[in-house]
Design a protein around this ligand. Structure first.
Ligand code: PLP
Length: 376
């Protein structure tokens, strides 16, 4: 008998949207290279143009501000490493809650990296950010996330924009977990650059985009054959781009229809009374919680056996469970962080999924407590 697989790890990757699947399959049947001027090439070029419009529309960007890349990690690296070179940055400012894509790109620049702390509610310490900006001698590249991938905490973007926007400093925003869930208004807002990713909104992985304003459009890390108006060389993956565009056109409606915030509230109402939920102002699709003395490694194994896929934090390429730098920055003890589970819902989540999680987690708790009772 096959076990029912219930996927509650949308922040790691969202399941493929039917619209993205159809677009990908249709594109795979097309032959050629989008740079060719003949009919075959033009058909692929049209797919890319359509997808560029679809993503631009979801991100509130102009079409010409969209540069397709192989992942958000690539877009982030282009923005930070390329941006620091282009803008003669003297230091990179990040927060303690950044994804490794941001913190490692910042380290790659070889410039001093100033790390702004997180408050206990997961928000970036804006007083510290204001102090760093006020004391800056040279040009800063400020690289911050909008929505935290581990906790779902939504950073106060209007205040960050107001703080950094009027200065001469460069502002890059990692909007990977915000796209499709929060209205993005790239063209009209302060950031010079933003990064987004396909597989967080129901396209296959392997496609992302850098959104870049004209004045910041000097970043050239991969010139190659001049694709993407010379901003990202390499023959375009037209199928993945078409899938990303189709996902961008469909995601927000599907996500809205699933009423994810209500499902998350249902999940939180079913947690044990001693559960601690991390993060203050959160996006309505993530619950990162811990029950003291119930280690996440044990809970995840038990949940996996029940066919329930959740995460202990961010998905990590090696598959290993490490301590969360985000929870540590929020002042959570290592002992409690060791018990933290991230449950993230999305466009195809249902009340039955949530109830299966509640029942599954409860059974693991009961088993653990029975074992502890025997041992005592
Ligand atoms: N930034 C954030 C906040 C993320 O959650 C992720 C993926 O988990 C990334 C960046 C990297 O995105 P990609 O896998 O497309 O490179």
């Amino acid at each position: 008998m096959t076990r029912p697989a219930i996927y509650l790890d949308h922040n790691a990757a969202s399941p493929l949207l039917p619209e993205a699947r159809s677009a990908l399959i249709a594109a795979l049947d097309l032959v050629g290279n989008p740079s060719s001027v003949h009919g075959h090439g033009r058909a692929l070029r049209n797919l890319i143009d359509t997808a560029r419009g679809q993503l631009a529309s979801l991100a509130g960007a102009e079409r010409k501000q969209v540069v397709f890349t192989g992942s958000a990690t690539e877009a982030i690296t282009q923005a930070i490493v390329g941006g620091a070179k282009s803008f003669d940055s003297t230091a990179i400012v990040i927060s303690a809650g950044e994804h490794a894509a941001v913190s490692k790109a910042a380290a790659m620049t070889g410039l001093p990296v100033i790390t702004i702390g997180l408050l206990a509610d997961g928000c970036i310490d804006l007083d510290q950010l204001a102090q760093v900006i006020g004391a800056a001698q040279g040009q800063l590249l400020v690289a911050l996330h909008w929505v935290n991938n581990e906790t779902g905490v939504v950073q106060p973007m209007a205040r960050i924009n107001a703080l950094v926007g009027p200065t001469r400093h460069t502002l890059f925003i990692d909007a990977v977990q915000a796209l499709g869930k929060i209205p993005l208004d790239f063209a009209a807002s302060a950031p010079d650059m933003m990064a987004v990713s396909g597989h967080k909104i129901g396209s296959p992985a392997g496609i992302g985009a850098l959104l870049v304003k004209a004045h910041a459009d000097v970043v050239r890390l991969i010139p190659g054959g001049g694709q993407e108006q010379g901003r990202r060389g390499g023959t375009e993956a037209a199928g993945l781009i078409a899938a990303f565009g189709a996902a961008a056109a469909a995601f927000a409606d599907r996500y809205g229809a699933a009423d994810v915030a209500a499902l998350t509230a249902r999940l939180e109402a079913g947690l044990p009374a001693d559960a601690v939920v991390f993060g203050g102002e959160r996006l309505g699709n993530v619950t990162n919680f811990a029950v003291p003395r119930v280690k996440n490694s044990t809970a995840m194994m038990g949940l996996d056996l029940l066919g329930l896929s959740v995460s202990s934090g961010s998905a990590c390429s090696s598959g290993k469970v490490g301590p969360s730098h985000v929870l540590a920055a929020m002042g959570v003890s290592a002992e409690l962080a060791d018990c933290a589970l991230r449950v993230s819902l999305g466009w195809n989540s249902t009340a039955a999924d949530v109830d299966a999680f509640t029942a599954g987690y409860q059974s693991i708790l009961e088993r653990q407590r029975a074992r502890q009772g025997q041992a005592a």
